[in-house]
Design a protein around this ligand. Structure first.
Ligand code: C2E
Ligand code: MG
Ligand code: MG
Ligand code: MG
Length: 282
């Protein structure tokens, strides 16, 4: 009886493993052709300056719409792309699309915005490749580098000797550098003085319960103060309510991003958003 039970568990366990493995394999093959098949697209989520109320930037967020599987979350396929090396091709495509979009908005006469692009730690493994890709895309799109920002997570600082010279080259080009998901990584704060950084982006985890959780308030205020002490801009992500905005204003936070302002928008929706926002502000 007991043995039978064990065997059955073992079989289930194997099947689960197999299923996970197979699913990943299938997904990888789908992802390989996703760019050519035009299944990938970018959405753009605006950022707002809390002092002026102006929209001053936007973040490019990738989307994958598979004809059979539907929408697949970047939380699922970006790690897969990193594991398989597809992130290089996808990252290049994202950067090009994002710069094109920003240049197009400028050509249409909107006030210049900063576009931020998420770059995964893996893309920092090859210095020459990353820098030459950035240079080529800026040249091709004729986007002024001061309107490009890269968002990186603290995980890149695990490799300081490789990453520091790359970030210095990026700074030399006048491109901005932002630390995404700030406060959730495991790296030491000393990287803030070792690397050329412009922006701290406080993770949504601290903002979610900001109104009712005193610890989150204290941590958020501390992160804002640390940023300002080092002459960095501080932005809060995941801002979902007007009350969040009020609290963050009293805390002297510089910028906000989140569903309260807008969800990630398609390129066309983003143009509508800018037009509506202009008429609303007067
Ligand atoms: P992230 O860079 O930290 O982006 C913020 C995520 O929070 C986005 O999820 C965004 O849609 C979501 N979000 C924004 N405002 C709110 C809010 O008010 N409430 C809530 N609940 N969520 C909000 P998304 O678009 O699913 O992206 C997930 C992650 O995937 C990103 O986290 C980023 O790490 C990665 N990712 C997305 N696009 C790219 C890309 O082009 N390249 C790379 N390497 N990674 C990307
Ligand atoms: Mg980001
Ligand atoms: Mg983030
Ligand atoms: Mg995040």
């Amino acid at each position: 009886q007991a043995k039978e039970h064990d065997d059955r568990q073992y079989v289930y366990y194997q099947e689960d493993m197999h299923k996970g493995f197979e699913e990943e394999y299938v997904l990888e093959n789908y992802l390989r052709v996703a760019i050519e098949n035009e299944e990938l697209f970018l959405t753009y989520q605006p950022k707002q300056d809390l002092k002026t109320g102006k929209i001053n930037g936007m973040e490019a967020l990738i989307r994958w719409s598979h004809p059979k599987l539907g929408m697949i979350s970047p939380f699922k396929f970006i790690p897969l792309a990193e594991k398989t090396g597809l992130i290089y091709q996808i990252g290049e495509w994202v950067l090009l699309e994002a710069c094109k979009h920003n240049k197009r908005l400028q050509m249409q006469g909107f006030d210049p915005l900063i576009i931020s692009v998420n770059i995964s730690a893996k893309q920092f493994n090859n210095k020459e490749y990353l820098l030459s890709t950035i240079d080529r895309i800026l040249e091709e799109t004729q986007l002024d580098p001061q309107y490009l920002e890269i968002e990186l997570t603290e995980s890149v600082f695990q490799n300081p000797t490789v990453v520091k010279p790359i970030l210095e080259e990026i700074k030399q080009r006048d491109i901005r550098v932002s630390i995404d998901d700030f406060g959730t990584g495991y790296s030491s704060l000393s990287y803030l003085k070792l690397f050329p950084i412009d922006v701290l982006k406080i993770d949504r985890a601290f903002i979610k319960d900001l109104l009712e959780n005193e610890d989150d308030q204290k941590l958020t205020q501390s992160m804002i103060d640390i940023g300002h002490g080092l002459n960095l801009k501080v932005i809060a992500e995941g801002v979902e309510t007007a009350e969040h905005i009020d609290v963050l204003k009293t805390m002297n936070c510089d910028e906000v991003q989140g569903y309260h302002l807008a969800k990630p928008l398609t390129a066309d929706e983003f143009v509508d958003f800018l037009n509506n926002n202009k008429s609303r502000r007067v």
